[in-house]
Design a protein around this ligand. Structure first.
Ligand SMILES: [Zn+2]
Length: 180
Protein backbone atom coordinates (compact mmCIF):
# COMPACT_ATOMS: atom_id res chain seq x y z
CA UNK A 1 0.00 0.00 0.00
CA UNK A 2 1.31 3.40 -0.89
CA UNK A 3 -1.29 5.99 -0.10
CA UNK A 4 -0.32 9.39 -1.40
CA UNK A 5 -1.27 12.62 0.29
CA UNK A 6 -3.98 14.40 -1.67
CA UNK A 7 -3.17 18.08 -2.15
CA UNK A 8 -5.91 20.63 -1.65
CA UNK A 9 -6.58 24.08 -3.02
CA UNK A 10 -4.66 26.45 -2.93
CA UNK A 11 -1.68 24.07 -3.46
CA UNK A 12 0.24 25.48 -6.49
CA UNK A 13 0.80 21.96 -7.95
CA UNK A 14 -2.93 21.81 -8.75
CA UNK A 15 -2.55 24.72 -11.18
CA UNK A 16 0.32 23.19 -13.16
CA UNK A 17 -0.53 21.49 -16.47
CA UNK A 18 0.85 17.92 -16.40
CA UNK A 19 3.36 16.50 -18.91
CA UNK A 20 2.49 13.80 -21.43
CA UNK A 21 3.82 10.39 -20.37
CA UNK A 22 6.56 9.38 -22.83
CA UNK A 23 7.17 5.91 -21.52
CA UNK A 24 4.77 3.64 -19.65
CA UNK A 25 7.38 2.15 -17.34
CA UNK A 26 7.49 0.69 -13.83
CA UNK A 27 7.40 4.15 -12.28
CA UNK A 28 4.18 5.05 -14.12
CA UNK A 29 2.67 1.70 -13.16
CA UNK A 30 3.51 2.39 -9.51
CA UNK A 31 1.88 5.82 -9.82
CA UNK A 32 -1.27 4.21 -11.26
CA UNK A 33 -1.39 1.68 -8.40
CA UNK A 34 -0.92 4.41 -5.80
CA UNK A 35 -3.61 6.57 -7.39
CA UNK A 36 -6.08 3.68 -7.34
CA UNK A 37 -5.38 2.91 -3.67
CA UNK A 38 -5.52 6.57 -2.69
CA UNK A 39 -8.79 7.05 -4.61
CA UNK A 40 -10.54 4.13 -2.86
CA UNK A 41 -9.15 5.16 0.52
CA UNK A 42 -10.32 8.79 0.17
CA UNK A 43 -12.97 7.73 -1.04
CA UNK A 44 -13.41 9.45 -4.38
CA UNK A 45 -14.89 8.69 -7.79
CA UNK A 46 -11.62 9.63 -9.49
CA UNK A 47 -8.13 10.92 -8.92
CA UNK A 48 -5.57 12.59 -11.18
CA UNK A 49 -1.79 12.56 -10.75
CA UNK A 50 -1.45 16.34 -10.10
CA UNK A 51 -3.67 15.88 -7.02
CA UNK A 52 -0.87 13.86 -5.43
CA UNK A 53 1.82 16.24 -6.67
CA UNK A 54 2.86 14.24 -9.73
CA UNK A 55 3.06 16.11 -13.02
CA UNK A 56 2.18 13.15 -15.27
CA UNK A 57 -0.91 12.78 -17.42
CA UNK A 58 -2.45 9.88 -15.50
CA UNK A 59 -6.01 9.52 -14.16
CA UNK A 60 -8.00 6.78 -12.46
CA UNK A 61 -11.77 6.54 -12.02
CA UNK A 62 -14.39 4.23 -10.60
CA UNK A 63 -17.97 5.43 -10.57
CA UNK A 64 -19.19 2.18 -8.96
CA UNK A 65 -17.85 2.03 -5.42
CA UNK A 66 -20.37 -0.69 -4.51
CA UNK A 67 -18.26 -3.06 -6.60
CA UNK A 68 -14.71 -1.75 -6.35
CA UNK A 69 -12.53 -2.75 -9.28
CA UNK A 70 -15.35 -3.86 -11.56
CA UNK A 71 -15.55 -0.60 -13.49
CA UNK A 72 -12.12 0.74 -12.61
CA UNK A 73 -10.58 2.86 -15.37
CA UNK A 74 -6.86 3.70 -15.53
CA UNK A 75 -5.85 6.10 -18.30
CA UNK A 76 -2.54 7.51 -19.39
CA UNK A 77 -2.45 10.59 -21.67
CA UNK A 78 -6.27 10.75 -21.92
CA UNK A 79 -7.76 13.06 -24.54
CA UNK A 80 -11.41 13.89 -25.22
CA UNK A 81 -11.91 13.13 -28.93
CA UNK A 82 -15.69 13.56 -29.12
CA UNK A 83 -18.25 15.37 -27.03
CA UNK A 84 -22.00 15.75 -27.24
CA UNK A 85 -24.84 17.47 -25.41
CA UNK A 86 -24.72 19.23 -22.10
CA UNK A 87 -25.40 18.29 -18.50
CA UNK A 88 -25.39 20.10 -15.17
CA UNK A 89 -23.88 18.12 -12.29
CA UNK A 90 -23.28 18.97 -8.64
CA UNK A 91 -19.52 18.42 -8.40
CA UNK A 92 -17.13 18.05 -5.54
CA UNK A 93 -13.42 17.33 -5.53
CA UNK A 94 -10.99 15.74 -3.09
CA UNK A 95 -8.76 18.78 -3.69
CA UNK A 96 -11.51 21.33 -3.02
CA UNK A 97 -12.50 20.75 0.58
CA UNK A 98 -15.96 21.34 1.98
CA UNK A 99 -17.53 22.66 -1.21
CA UNK A 100 -19.74 21.49 -4.06
CA UNK A 101 -21.25 23.41 -6.94
CA UNK A 102 -23.18 22.84 -10.14
CA UNK A 103 -20.96 22.65 -13.22
CA UNK A 104 -22.06 22.42 -16.87
CA UNK A 105 -20.18 19.87 -18.99
CA UNK A 106 -20.71 17.66 -22.03
CA UNK A 107 -23.26 14.90 -21.44
CA UNK A 108 -21.38 12.30 -23.46
CA UNK A 109 -17.69 12.08 -24.23
CA UNK A 110 -15.41 9.71 -26.05
CA UNK A 111 -11.95 9.62 -24.49
CA UNK A 112 -8.84 8.06 -26.00
CA UNK A 113 -5.85 7.09 -23.91
CA UNK A 114 -3.41 4.35 -22.97
CA UNK A 115 -3.68 1.57 -20.40
CA UNK A 116 -0.84 0.69 -17.99
CA UNK A 117 -0.18 -2.40 -20.17
CA UNK A 118 0.43 -0.15 -23.17
CA UNK A 119 -2.75 -0.58 -25.16
CA UNK A 120 -4.49 2.35 -26.75
CA UNK A 121 -8.17 2.35 -25.74
CA UNK A 122 -11.33 4.39 -26.10
CA UNK A 123 -13.78 4.92 -23.25
CA UNK A 124 -17.26 6.21 -23.88
CA UNK A 125 -18.95 7.87 -20.94
CA UNK A 126 -22.35 9.38 -20.28
CA UNK A 127 -23.69 11.33 -17.32
CA UNK A 128 -21.56 10.71 -14.19
CA UNK A 129 -18.83 8.86 -16.11
CA UNK A 130 -18.69 11.68 -18.68
CA UNK A 131 -18.58 14.29 -15.91
CA UNK A 132 -15.86 12.40 -14.02
CA UNK A 133 -13.71 11.92 -17.15
CA UNK A 134 -13.90 15.64 -17.96
CA UNK A 135 -13.24 16.59 -14.32
CA UNK A 136 -10.12 14.39 -14.12
CA UNK A 137 -8.78 15.52 -17.51
CA UNK A 138 -9.25 19.11 -16.31
CA UNK A 139 -6.88 18.31 -13.42
CA UNK A 140 -4.22 17.44 -16.03
CA UNK A 141 -4.64 20.96 -17.43
CA UNK A 142 -4.21 22.49 -13.99
CA UNK A 143 -7.91 23.26 -13.81
CA UNK A 144 -10.31 22.69 -10.90
CA UNK A 145 -14.11 22.61 -11.08
CA UNK A 146 -14.15 25.94 -9.24
CA UNK A 147 -12.50 27.41 -12.35
CA UNK A 148 -15.72 26.53 -14.20
CA UNK A 149 -18.19 28.27 -11.88
CA UNK A 150 -19.10 31.95 -11.73
CA UNK A 151 -16.44 34.35 -10.56
CA UNK A 152 -18.65 35.48 -7.69
CA UNK A 153 -19.07 31.92 -6.36
CA UNK A 154 -15.37 31.19 -6.83
CA UNK A 155 -14.33 34.34 -4.96
CA UNK A 156 -16.66 33.46 -2.07
CA UNK A 157 -15.06 30.02 -1.82
CA UNK A 158 -11.53 31.43 -2.05
CA UNK A 159 -12.31 33.87 0.75
CA UNK A 160 -13.69 31.03 2.88
CA UNK A 161 -10.48 28.99 2.40
CA UNK A 162 -8.30 32.00 3.24
CA UNK A 163 -10.30 32.46 6.44
CA UNK A 164 -9.83 28.78 7.40
CA UNK A 165 -6.11 29.03 6.74
CA UNK A 166 -5.88 32.23 8.78
CA UNK A 167 -7.73 30.60 11.66
CA UNK A 168 -5.60 27.46 11.43
CA UNK A 169 -8.58 25.20 10.60
CA UNK A 170 -7.11 21.89 9.33
CA UNK A 171 -8.35 21.53 5.74
CA UNK A 172 -7.82 17.75 5.82
CA UNK A 173 -10.67 17.53 8.31
CA UNK A 174 -13.07 18.98 5.75
CA UNK A 175 -14.27 16.84 2.87
CA UNK A 176 -17.30 16.87 0.60
CA UNK A 177 -19.46 13.73 0.77
CA UNK A 178 -19.10 12.84 -2.90
CA UNK A 179 -15.86 13.82 -4.57
CA UNK A 180 -14.77 13.36 -8.12
ZN1 LIG B 1 -11.05 16.67 -8.58
Amino acid sequence: MALRKILTYPAPELKQPAHAVQNIDAQINQLVTDLVESMYAAPGVGLAAPQVGSSERVIVLDIDHENPGKRLIKLINPVVVEREGSIVWEEGCLSVVDYTSEVTRSKRVLVRGWTPDQNEIEIEGEDLLAVALQHEIDHLEGKLFIDRISRLKRDLYKRKVKKWLREGVPLEAKKPAVSI
